[in-house]
Write a protein that binds this ligand. Structure first.
Ligand code: GLN
Length: 537
């Protein structure tokens, strides 16, 4: 265990979905602005090895890191706030913990001992928590425990926090995030749920050092006194987290309450430099008070659950701020798009973004929306399955290849312009077996994409099984859909763009994962710029 690293644990109480991820990322941003190197880790108490096999309806977007880990969407927030990549070590599930322990048991590593939750599971959790600190790269590691205090499945994690607090002493801090609900009938905020939640944490041997109370209205001074008295948390360490206009305001709201100073004092840390959030504030200013406005249609099949497209929505926000433009997203269900209704749904959009996805449901609707964008000169951005839809649409309606499809959608298609690669054919296990993580891509000089990146080689993250089928490459090129990015190792087409169109780009990778507040993604920035130009015209 690295003696210089400080550990902060963030637990949640009363209900889930209070925004532990945003509070963690915001605190990290404040500490980073004072010169500390900070990373955030998420521990998820469910038994899946990772969220890669989870339906987006269950868990929202699956976020992919450079090293190809399929992770919780909170890691996206960590990267977007801190402008710093995460890795597999930043997301651990109960499934992964048990998998390691069981593998060790099979190898005989426990030397005949009975393997138990305590100490073996808790030791493995501890090892995973300290892994990041042990790299020596971070002054502070923030560990967010998924779920809510009191959940049966969270117990081993809370016990690990208790042990680590004992072992780390002053190098460790516990933050508890709770809800202070407002009762309309009596017109008051209620602290009792928070008192109970802290009691439950204390019963497990963990005394929180800091309380963050999610509330719809400001907490009065007396309420803070009361909370302090009943939870043993000093009053200056009781913070409120009011509903914000945007998540990007949360760091500033916490800074106004001096949360970073209280954290540093409790951890015995001295600021490495004066806090500077001017770039962040500039971004917020552009985000909140833009001079222009566009509407982008986001075509997908999980649009009822906006979390399924979290990174795309955030990348559009970053790109909007960069362009001084408010980006309104129109969420369009691809299942409701047929040749008859596509026009009325697409009219008035300044840009069309076809989202990633899997399987047959709603895929024909995606193809319809590509066709509309292509024929009407509307800026089009296809991501992963969206790029594949663009290739298929072009094959059917420009190359005249009737029935062209992806082998994923129709295994019997006469023209598999999107096909399974040889190395994927033998794959039987679903988890972690797609093409995952960062790959190099050479950009074709003279293309729009090359101009946008102004780099000869880029690295972007992948998550898919199917690929552009190079048997058709020459036909596409001749017909005006050109390869703008090629994988230097495999020769696979990673980017296509259409020649005679204002802005028509399809990418096999996921640029949305790499867009951050400090570094909005160039493709999104230029797509929003093109949409704004289209709006003017
Ligand atoms: N279903 C497609 C594939 O597996 C695309 C995946 C995606 O959009 N992420 O290749």
């Amino acid at each position: 265990m690295s003696s210089n690293t400080k550990y902060i644990f963030v637990t949640g109480g009363v209900t889930s979905s209070l925004g532990k991820g945003i509070v963690s990322a915001s605190l990290a941003t404040l500490l980073q602005s004072r010169g500390f190197s900070v990373t955030i880790q998420k521990l998820d108490p469910y038994i899946n090895i990772d969220p890669g096999t989870l339906n987006p309806y269950e868990h929202g977007e699956c976020y992919v890191t450079d090293d190809g880990a399929e992770t919780d969407l909170d890691l996206g927030h960590y990267e977007r706030f801190l402008n710093q990549p995460t890795s597999q070590a930043n997301n651990v599930t109960t499934g992964r913990i048990y998998q390691s322990v069981i593998e060790k048991e099979r190898k005989g590593d426990y030397l005949g001992k009975t393997v138990q939750v305590i100490p073996h599971i808790t030791d493995e959790i501890k090892r995973r928590i300290c892994l990041l600190g042990d790299t020596g790269r971070f002054d502070v590691v923030i560990t967010e425990i998924g779920g809510t205090v009191g959940d049966i499945e969270a117990l081993p994690y809370i016990e690990t926090v208790r042990q680590l607090r004992w072992e780390l002493g002053k190098n460790c801090l516990s933050i508890h995030l709770t809800l202070v609900p407002y009762l309309k009938a009596t017109g008051e905020l209620k602290t009792k749920p928070t008192q109970h939640s802290v009691k439950m944490l204390q019963e497990s041997g963990v005394q929180p050092d800091i309380l963050v109370c999610r509330a719809e209205y400001p907490l009065s001074d007396e309420m803070k006194d009361k909370l302090a008295l009943f939870t043993n948390v000093t009053k200056d360490a009781v913070f409120q987290s009011l509903d914000a206009e945007t998540i990007y305001q949360v760091p500033l709201l916490l800074r106004d309450q001096r949360m970073d100073e209280v954290v540093m004092e409790k951890l015995n840390l001295t600021s490495k430099r004066a806090s500077d959030l001017s770039a962040w504030e500039g971004f917020l200013e552009r985000l909140r008070f833009p001079h222009h406005e566009v509407t982008i249609g986001l075509i997908g099949k999980y649009v009822e659950l906006k979390d399924a497209y979290k990174s795309i929505a955030e990348a559009l926000i970053h790109a909007g701020a960069q362009n001084d433009t408010r980006v309104n997203i129109e969420w369009i269900h691809s299942e409701h798009l047929d040749p008859v209704h596509v026009k009325e749904r697409m009219e008035g959009l300044h840009g069309i973004l076809v989202a990633p996805g899997f399987g047959e449901r709603g895929f024909e609707g995606k193809i319809e929306s590509v066709r509309y964008a292509r024929e009407n000169g509307v800026p089009f951005f296809g991501i992963c399955f969206g790029m594949q839809a663009a290739v298929i649409e072009y094959a059917r309606h420009v190359l005249g290849l009737t029935g062209a499809n992806s082998r994923e959608v129709n295994p019997e298609t006469p023209h598999a312009v999107i096909d399974l690669m040889a190395e994927q054919k033998a794959v039987t296990h679903k988890g972690g077996t797609m093409r995952l993580g960062s790959c190099a891509c050479d950009l074709t000089p003279g293309t729009l994409t090359h101009r946008i990146y102004s780099e000869a080689q880029i690295h972007e993250r992948h998550r898919h099984r199917y690929e552009f089928n190079n048997d058709y490459l020459t036909s596409f090129e001749k017909a005006g859909l050109i390869p703008a990015g090629i994988n230097p190792e495999t020769g696979l087409v990673e980017v296509v763009e259409m020649k005679d169109h204002p802005w028509f780009v399809g990418v096999q990778f996921h640029p949305e994962y790499k867009s951050t507040v400090a570094n909005p993604h160039p493709l999104f920035v230029d797509f929003v710029r093109a949409a704004a130009a289209h709006a003017k015209a």
